[in-house]
Ligand binder design. Structure first.
Ligand SMILES: [Zn+2]
Length: 315
């Protein structure tokens, strides 16, 4: 038999819990547990490519927030107070790692002590990563090798399953569908690059973002800047690249959406002075996706755009 006093006590406790729930509900869109009002898992990703993978694999069970929008350079990104709040309230944080996020990586690593913070490159075999000439670090631009990016998608899937096992079947199903789409994309890019005669298959861009692309799809890649855009380029780099273009008779160079176009324009002007006509072959998406709602605003769309732009300018 339950005594009257005990009923009073549990009713009081229930009232207290309800009050906390209401207060939490009023203070924002989500409670402290990293779940939205609609019960979706709150996921925050640094770049659009990572956020896109989380949306595709998480589907209706997740609410994804991406910190870096179109045209944002991750190497120079500084988290605002608003960004820190987006990281704080998330149940899961995905980032690139390998120093892609520059100074922000320290914040993320620290945050991993309190919540699920995962570098999507963590499960990639180190022998598939490309080293950088400047240091012992690895080149972080792994999403340009679509086959390698499938490992990132798998890591996202595994993390969501571990965090939210109730929806494991859906994460597995959506993950498999996305992996199939990535496989199709990988085949498409390879086929487009083969359309370019081998001697002309040279990709000249402003920063060294495309080494993985070059390795995966047999394209020679020449960059003006180092791996990170944080290093400034000098007049010497410009003239060296210009001479290379003239010597190799390269017809087109490419600008990037997340970098100013002026360095490439300087190269084009320099080559013209030597009587060699080089054109800007188009804009490539390197470290950020296109505008949301456009085809290039997805990972698959941005990679297809790049492959089509390169193939059309060089073939
Ligand atoms: Zn980059």
């Amino acid at each position: 038999m339950i005594s009257k006093a005990k009923i009073g006590k549990s009713t009081g406790l229930l009232f207290l819990l309800l009050s906390i729930a209401i207060l939490a509900g009023c203070s924002g869109n989500s409670n402290a547990q990293g779940v939205s009002e609609e019960g979706k898992l709150l996921v925050t990703a640094t770049t659009g490519m990572i956020g896109n993978a989380a949306s595709e694999i998480g589907g209706k069970h997740v609410q994804v927030t991406t910190l870096m929008g179109p045209g944002v350079d991750p190497h120079l990104f500084k988290a605002s107070q608003g960004d820190i709040r987006k990281l704080d309230r998330a149940a899961v944080v995905f980032y690139g790692g390998l120093h892609l996020e520059g100074n922000m990586e320290r914040v993320l690593v620290k945050m991993a002590a309190q919540k699920t913070v995962v570098a999507v490159t963590q499960d990639m075999p180190r022998d598939r990563l490309i080293g950088t000439p400047q240091s012992e670090e690895f080149d972080p631009h792994v999403w340009f090798d679509v086959d390698l990016w499938k490992i990132a998608a798998q890591t996202v899937q595994d993390t969501l399953i571990a965090k939210d096992p109730a929806h494991a079947d859906d994460y597995r199903k959506q993950g498999q569908r996305y992996l199939n789409e990535l496989q199709e994309l990988d085949d498409y890019v390879a086929q487009r690059m083969q359309e370019i005669p081998q001697e002309g298959r040279v990709l000249v861009t402003a920063h060294d973002a495309f080494s993985y692309f070059g390795n995966a799809y047999e394209v020679e890649v020449v960059g003006l800047q180092g791996i990170s855009t944080a290093a400034e380029f000098g007049a010497k780099d410009v003239s060296r690249l210009r001479d290379y273009l003239v010597e190799r008779n390269i017809k087109a160079v490419f600008v990037e959406s997340s970098l100013p176009a002026r360095s490439m324009q300087a190269i084009v002007a320099g080559a013209a002075q030597q009587g060699h006509k080089v054109s800007i072959g188009g804009e490539l998406f390197s470290d950020a996706m296109g505008e949301p709602g456009t085809t290039e605003g997805t990972y698959i769309g941005m990679i297809r755009h790049n492959a089509d732009t390169i193939a059309e300018a060089l073939k």
